[in-house]
Write a protein that binds this ligand. Structure first.
Ligand SMILES: Cc1ncc(COP(=O)(O)OP(=O)(O)O)c(N)n1
Ligand SMILES: Cc1ncsc1CCOP(=O)(O)O
Ligand SMILES: [Mg+2]
Length: 210
């Protein structure tokens, strides 16, 4: 993956917004996001056919605008849709398993916050790591305590070369700190999905970072 694609990485599922997800995604793309992750998870999340239908709808929007479409957690869905990538956490399927099942062109993102996790992700051939939570977040039900941008500094200081995306509680006022700490990109859910004007929210974030 081109690491420039990680700069403004938007993540959303149907329960992260009160607006139609397809509308939010289109507005976010108009505002300048560079990557999208479909994360259909948590209370009220769609399942089965409904989940797949929404995934296909959002994928086709991404495809039309040449925005990488990454699926969170659900390897089978990612493979069946020929998604551009899959993102997994430490408690999800291992990179080793993913490498066996997925086409070699598929982007593999892994959550990693300790040096051990990041080094293991590098060894196993991940394409990028997602590190966080950077700041307090209420979006992820089982989020751990924030580690702050210092967590990214620490990984860089210890020699981690993989592209890093910060995640968790990132908004227009703190995004720059995350990049300054050594991240290649910032990912966010609520800063865009909960905004009254998702296009403006995305373009403001972009202005802060470019
Ligand atoms: C870009 C990015 N980074 C981290 C995560 C978190 O993944 P995970 O730890 O598996 O938690 P869930 O998102 O599955 O609840 C992410 N999704 N994306
Ligand atoms: C999925 C995830 N992983 C760590 S924090 C988080 C939630 C990010 O959501 P928000 O950008 O609204 O804080
Ligand atoms: Mg996960």
């Amino acid at each position: 993956m081109n690491k420039e694609n990680l700069l403004l990485y938007f993540i959303m599922g149907s329960n992260n917004t009160s607006q139609p997800p397809s509308q939010v995604l289109k507005k976010a793309i108009n505002g300048g996001i560079t990557c999208f992750q479909f994360r259909e998870k948590g209370s009220g999340a769609l399942k089965g056919k409904e989940k797949e239908t929404l995934a296909r709808e959002l994928q086709s929007i991404c495809c039309k605008h040449k925005i990488p479409f990454i699926v969170n957690d659900d390897t089978e869905l990612a493979i069946s849709l020929h998604a551009d990538g899959i993102h997994v956490g430490q408690d999800d399927e291992s990179i080793q398993e993913l490498k066996k099942k997925c086409p070699s062109s598929m982007i593999i993102g892994v959550s990693a916050k300790t040096i051990e996790e990041a080094e293991e992700a590098e060894r196993q051939g991940a394409d990028y790591i997602g590190t966080g939570p950077m700041f307090m977040t209420t979006t992820k039900e089982d989020a751990e305590l924030p580690i702050g941008p210092e967590g990214i500094w620490a990984l860089r200081k210890q020699g981690i070369q993989l592209p890093i995306v910060g995640i968790g509680g990132i908004n227009e006022t703190n995004a720059v700190e995350v990049i300054e700490a050594g991240a290649d990109g910032v990912s966010f859910i609520s800063a865009i999905s909960q905004a009254d004007d998702p296009e403006k929210a995305a373009s403001t974030l972009k202005d802060r970072l470019t």
